[in-house]
Design a protein around this ligand. Structure first.
Ligand code: C2E
Ligand code: MG
Ligand code: MG
Length: 570
């Protein structure tokens, strides 16, 4: 056998061994964790995840000390690691809490494999020790409702905070208190009071997403921890939804019982960084809400409360504004980079408030979208944009008018018919109308959006994907929708000259567009350097303050007549 063959044979043998090893690791019932001498996790098998209830993303790249385990006889993993480094082995019991709140225990052995590698073996002892576990759970669970108690809440909240810190996520702590619970207890008796607490605990748990930490804090006080909060609005919706649903009466021991609940909310990181502070502030917010009238909720941070009340006023004001025609469409020019000429405009809404002056859409469109005001407002926008587009055409300016459309509008069953009516009424040529939608709008209702877009396409209307690249979505969907243009979000254009990440994203979007036979438009172009960069990468069109901010129709007409609509400079 020559050396080559010898080597091949050895490699093959090694590979077989490795594949056998990985099969053993995969199917064995002991959890195996491979760590380095810093305690950082290199690898873990399936059993480890099922014993501990942890998920891959919470484990890989993390240190063993970060996983929130308790080490028998030692205050922290650091001491355990010291023993491991000096003696080469550590044995003891390890325990922790699953995400959902149930405890696990494991007989654990840590051994040194070589200078750089250590192996941790977790033997699930939760069942074997069920007696001990139930003793522990006595200390950690409320016997009446079965919910985690205050001690487990503290413990679990500190783990959740640790993870939220790592992933820079927000977290909400919500304090609920049943209004006048004492009265119920005193008048209907403790038995009814207890049944009510149980039934209440059940309603609370089922209202919030699965695996949410729901704990009984005190007699009639409950705490909910929301550990992945994308926005304050989501928290508010869940809390106000619960306060509303709890007014449906409870039927207990043959009686119909009505209750109301008051809630206080604190948010990590703005209202505190540790369990004590967050719980205290949520409690303060709850008492504040009680002072102002029961059956309500308050955020700890006043600014957030302002936002809530501002929103209510805004909703009412928006309806009036629509009737009083306080909305105005501004138009931002879009240029074709090859010819330097203006080829279109994007219609952008402004609110000319009688007292507060011009208000930008960022301040009110989300409220319009949350309520149904967006539907009539959306039709108003479309109609005005078509009227103005017709005026431009009549004056001899053949510009495409792009209009932003939101989810609720597309979801309207007669959207296409109403749009046809608008085109008929205004006499605007649909070949000059462009619809801008975001990826999230498309993904919310794939089939229906695809149908609507196909209809629009048939009418000659073109379709642009707005803010492309800002939301995670698969590129696959582009094939299913009849799209004409991708608009590169302005956040990627801002540093496109200096930040290599933005360069990569912007040029990739241009390449994707061209590969699919679509056009690429850059938004938010503010400098000549950005423009040169975009020209070099053969971006098709651009808009931004470098050319012009959004302007009124009159200013646009002036600009068109004076400047012969060409880009200055480059
Ligand atoms: P969008 O559709 O991505 O609009 C582009 C935004 O970028 C506009 O903000 C525009 O004024 C701004 N912008 C333009 N050039 C530059 C620049 O060079 N630098 C910077 N930093 N910003 C620039 P605006 O008008 O405040 O609109 C914000 C968002 O509000 C729009 O984002 C759109 O999503 C929404 N919106 C505006 N008008 C309407 C509308 O009529 N209907 C609907 N559904 N949404 C609208
Ligand atoms: Mg837009
Ligand atoms: Mg945009």
């Amino acid at each position: 056998m020559n050396r080559d063959e010898e080597l091949k044979r050895k490699i093959k043998k090694l590979q077989d061994k490795l594949s056998l090893m990985s099969k053993v690791l995969k199917y064995m019932s002991e959890g195996i964790l491979i760590i380095d001498r810093e305690g950082r996790v290199r690898s873990a098998n399936d059993a480890f995840f099922s014993i501990t209830g942890l998920r891959q993303e919470n484990v890989y790249g993390k240190k063993l000390s970060d996983l929130g385990f308790k080490w028998e006889g030692y205050p922290s993993f650091r001491e355990v690691m010291e023993i491991l480094l000096s003696e080469g082995v550590w044995k003891g019991e390890v325990w922790g809490v699953h995400r959902g709140g149930s405890p696990f225990t494991s007989e654990t052995t840590l051994v040194k494999a070589d200078e750089e590698t250590y192996i941790a073996i977790f033997l699930d002892s939760t069942d074997k020790r069920s007696l001990e576990a139930s003793l522990r759970s006595l200390a950690y669970y409320d016997s009446l409702t079965g919910l985690p108690n205050r001690a487990l809440l503290y413990d679990h909240l500190s783990q959740l905070l640790f993870q939220a810190k790592e992933d820079s996520r927000k977290l909400a702590v919500i304090f609920f208190d049943i209004d006048s619970f004492k009265l119920i207890n005193d008048t209907l008796g403790h038995e009814v009071g207890d049944s009510l607490l149980k039934a209440f605990a059940h309603r609370l748990t089922s209202h919030f997403p699965q695996n949410t930490m729901v704990a009984r804090f005190g007699s009639d006080e409950f705490v909910v921890v929301l550990d992945s909060v994308s926005g304050i609005d989501d928290v508010e919706e869940l809390v106000s939804g619960f306060l509303k649903s709890v007014t449906t009466p409870f039927f207990l021991e043959g009686q119909k019982i009505y209750i109301t609940v008051t809630a206080g909310i604190s948010i990590y990181p703005i209202d505190g960084g540790d369990p004590q502070t967050l719980l205290r502030n949520a409690d303060i917010a709850m008492h504040h809400a009680k002072e102002l009238g029961k059956s309500s909720y308050k955020f700890f941070t006043n600014e957030l409360n302002l936002k809530v009340s501002e929103r209510f006023t805004l909703q009412a004001e928006l309806r009036d504004a629509l009737e009083r025609e306080e909305f105005v469409l501004y138009y931002q020019p879009q240029f074709e980079l090859q010819t330097n000429s203006m080829v279109g405009v994007e219609a952008l809404i402004r609110w000319h408030h009688p007292d507060r002056g011009v208000i930008l859409p960022g301040r009110f469109m989300h409220v319009a979208e949350d309520t149904d005001i967006i539907v009539p407002l959306g039709y108003w926008i479309l109609k005005r944009a078509c009227e103005d587009g017709k005026k431009l055409l009549d004056k001899g300016f053949p510009l495409k008018v792009a209009v932003n459309i939101s989810t609720k509008q597309i979801a309207e069953s007669d959207f296409v018919r109403k749009l046809k009516d608008i085109l008929n009424e205004t006499g605007f040529d649909p070949n000059f109308l462009e619809i801008e939608i975001t990826e999230s709008v498309l993904m919310k209702n794939k089939q229906q959006s695809a149908d609507v877009l196909r209809e629009l396409k048939k009418m000659g209307i073109s379709i642009a994907i707005d803010d492309f690249g800002t939301s995670y979505s698969s590129l696959n969907y582009l094939k299913y929708f009849p799209v004409d243009k991708l608009k590169i979000d302005k956040s990627f254009i801002g540093d496109v000259v200096s930040d290599p990440n933005d360069v990569a994203i912007a040029t990739t979007i241009i390449a994707i567009a061209h590969n699919l036979g679509l056009k690429a438009t850059a938004e938010g172009v503010e400098t000549e350097e950005q423009l040169i960069f975009l020209k070099l990468w053969q971006c098709d069109e651009a808009q931004g303050f470098y050319f012009s901010p959004p302007v009124t129709l009159d200013s646009l007409m002036d600009m068109l007549s004076n400047e012969n609509f060409k880009i200055r400079g480059v």
